[in-house]
Design a protein around this ligand. Structure first.
Ligand SMILES: N[C@@H](CCC(=O)N[C@@H](CS)C(=O)NCC(=O)O)C(=O)O
Length: 206
């Protein structure tokens, strides 16, 4: 199996999960040296020209949440409860909430402070961020209330929903997200950072 990645939040989920489950995967970093995400070879695997992409023999899969479920099924892990439809429904609720509400709310902070620094595309435009605060606070309130009295997003155990929701929010301090007012979220993030594969998901040190 090969997992194509770049140093960014969506690949982070799949990398961390593969490492956490101890799955035998060849991690292939997509760089300008390898032709980049827009090379014809990579575009043939993933027509979105985005990362991550998983290749297992002739099977090709993109979208990090789908890749995470695939890896769990492969490993027989209940981080995706393949045998439990009721649990799947709860996890799908949070994956969907992340993609449509939480990620767009935290994304502007993450983009200005993490993406720009990682890909060397200029200084953060801090002046653009006050406009993002109302949506951030609106959805952070939902998540913080949900995490009251809970250690994880669902079932009091780690699932792929935790990795999905935490992938940008983990960097809340350097992203200058106004997260300190949401102690259940910050405690949840600090708890996830106790998981070695989540704290350090990257296959290379650069
Ligand atoms: N919904 C996709 C998002 C994929 C995505 O947007 N990947 C970003 C990194 S987080 C990417 O490849 N960006 C590079 C680009 O757009 O050029 C997933 O979860 O896999």
């Amino acid at each position: 199996m090969k997992l194509y990645w770049i140093k960014a939040q969506a690949p982070r989920r799949a990398l961390a999960l593969a490492k956490h489950l101890g799955i035998d995967v060849e991690f292939v970093q997509v760089t300008s040296k390898t032709g980049g995400l827009k090379s014809p070879q990579y575009a043939a695997l993933n027509p979105n020209c985005k990362a991550p992409t998983l290749v297992d023999g002739s099977f090709v899969l993109w979208e990090s949440s789908a890749i995470m479920t695939y890896l769990c099924v492969k490993a027989g892990s209940d981080l995706w409860p393949a045998q439990n439809p009721a649990e799947q429904i709860e996890i799908l609720r949070w994956l969907s909430w992340n993609d449509h509400h939480w990620e767009p709310a935290v994304g502007p902070f993450y983009f200005e402070h993490v993406v720009k620094a990682t890909f060397n595309i200029g200084p953060p435009d801090r002046a653009s961020l006050p406009a993002a605060v109302p949506d951030f606070e609106r959805y952070a309130r939902v998540l913080d209330a949900h995490l009251q009295g809970r250690s994880f997003i669902a079932f009091e155990r780690l699932t792929i929903a935790d990795f999905q929701l935490a992938s940008m929010a983990t960097d809340w301090r350097i992203s200058e997200m106004p997260m300190a007012q949401f102690p259940n979220i910050t405690r949840w993030i600090d708890r996830l950072l106790q998981i070695p594969a989540w704290a350090n998901p990257w296959p290379t040190s650069d």
